[in-house]
Design a protein around this ligand. Sequence first.
Ligand SMILES: Nc1ncnc2c1ncn2[C@@H]1O[C@H](COP(=O)(O)OP(=O)(O)O)[C@@H](O)[C@H]1O
Ligand SMILES: [Mg+2]
Length: 384
Amino acid sequence: MTARAEASAEQAPQARKPRVAVLFGGRSSEHAVSCVTAAGVLGAMDQSKYDVVPIGIAKTGQWVLADGEVAQWSLSSAVLPEVEPSAQSVTLAEIGGSHQLVVTAPNQVPLELGSVDVVFPLLHGPFGEDGTIQGLLELSDTRYVGAGVLASAVGMDKHFMKVVFADAGLDVGPYVAVTDRQWTNDPQAVRDSVAALGFPVFVKPARAGSSMGISKVDAPEQLDGAIAEARRHDLKLVIEAGIVGREIECAVLEGRGSDAPRTSMPGEIVVTDSSHHAFYDFTAKYVQDDAVALSCPADLPAEATTQVRALAAQAFDAVGAEGLSRVDFFYTPEGELIINEINTMPGFTPKSMYPQMWAASGLSYPELIDELIQLALNRKTGLR
Ligand SMILES: Nc1ncnc2c1ncn2[C@@H]1O[C@H](COP(=O)(O)OP(=O)(O)O)[C@@H](O)[C@H]1O
Ligand SMILES: [Mg+2]
């Protein structure tokens, strides 16, 4: 046997390519952003290496097989992309000891699509990035890309995230958490605790994303309106003292095997159209192309760059993240680094900060996707 024949004989047990189910859409207000991410990822995945099954999740929660339209989705158009419900549903079922994707429709014999080796949940926000989908996949012992149940849940909740970060010694900045019960029973106590932070403050839904429901409040009389707006997204809120500083972000990628997490060169977000955007809001993030400039590597003193990367890895480990995370900081004029948040499923279109920071650090978008899938394929299921 030639060396080449020997090599292919060795590979024979892997009779087929790993099957990757890409999940996108979902029930959160970031549905459209997730659709755009899916278009980017599906376009960049190596189809000669992976058998890709795109599965959209409609806003109702229904899983449907997604068609070829995905590639054309963009956020700049007047109509936001959306996964439409269908008569055919996809489910993940345990059949004969493996996890099979099954398509069901009324009055039809269920169609088995085959077993799934790994799920790539490209979902942002509640019911996707918050541990719920991860829990479903854990229950069926299915491997998936990204953070597990607890890390996803902690990373989704801006309050518990700060509790964990503060415990790990990271600087989180002054804030108050406000529950539905506190606001309903004693709104004046909430107003008083917010006033003690000093204005401006940022009022945020505790569990949202993409700047949805967030307002900058410059004076006490605007507070109730901002709270009402944030409560449309989540009844639990986090209200933070406004921080003056540059917005610096860092991409983290889990290490291979037992290696430490890898960190990218930090990037910076500069809101260039500040007359229309008081901060990095939804339109600046996704709709108005020229509202922000992403610069990577960020122009920072060498020691600040080193510190950002070390703190980002520390934040990743503090919540017990896996796979990927983007960690965002404020870099104050005094040179402090205050952590704003961790995103366990950060924006992931080819133009998003996370892939851009890796590209600037030598890892292209297709390579990054491949690495994430490999990390997930090589990971243990169950408690780990
Ligand atoms: N405490 C703060 N001080 C100053 N700016 C803030 C503060 N919190 C948020 N912002 C601004 O609002 C944006 C969105 O807030 P963030 O907490 O990152 O929400 P999201 O999870 O939706 O991205 C930030 O990128 C920043 O521009
Ligand atoms: Mg953010």
